[in-house]
Design a protein around this ligand. Structure first.
Ligand code: URA
Length: 187
């Protein structure tokens, strides 16, 4: 098992898929390296590629609002993505790119050892929970896998256009549930 520094260095050198050469910055992951709660998104967008930090663009700002509403300080959690490099024009990640990158996320999980993993959106849930995961039907449900409790919520970027809708209500309810589960596990 690698240390954080070794893993970061490996990711910085990585050219296992073409995105390693087209990115501006590696978006490794950020937050509390001993977090009980870890969020996993899909892939960096434009702002993330510019800054090297996950979830700092519009979707990230919406995520921050939900974290605040659920009383989960952003600095208390760890946030990463399935892909560490931005796909050009934010296209969906290719299977080969996810295959090339997923090992780095698994190393991050081993290092953080969160109690709960929250998949942000279908692509993350399909990879970490079940390939045929149905986000509209199964968001907010908890699944036990090894030492982890996994759940998925809507991807914040899918909620950007959903102002005052049922999906936004569901997202808020899911975030409250996650906070309650986290508190129960920490007792
Ligand atoms: N969308 C993601 O899935 N991840 C980010 O870091 C930003 C937007």
């Amino acid at each position: 098992m690698q240390t954080w520094d070794e893993l970061l260095n490996t990711c910085q050198q990585c050219r296992a898929c073409p995105l390693g050469s087209t990115r501006t910055n590696l978006v490794f992951g950020t937050g509390n390296q001993n977090a009980d709660l870890m969020f996993v998104g899909e892939a960096p967008g434009e702002q993330e590629d510019k800054t090297g930090i996950p979830f700092v663009g519009r979707a990230g700002q919406l995520l921050d609002k939900y974290l605040y509403a659920a009383d989960i300080p952003r600095e208390s959690v760890y946030i990463a993505n399935i892909l560490k490099c931005r796909p050009p024009r934010n296209r969906d990640p290719e299977e080969s790119e996810k295959d090339a990158c997923i090992g780095y996320l698994r190393e991050q999980l081993r290092l953080v050892q969160p109690k709960i993993i929250v998949c942000l959106g279908r692509i993350s849930a399909a990879r970490l929970i079940r390939p045929d995961f149905k986000i509209t039907l199964e968001h907010g449900q908890f699944f036990k896998k090894g030492n982890y409790l996994l759940t998925a919520v809507y991807h914040p970027s899918a909620l950007l256009r959903e102002v005052g809708t049922q999906k936004r209500e569901e997202m808020l309810a899911d975030m409250y549930k996650i906070k309650a589960e986290l508190d129960a596990l920490s007792e």
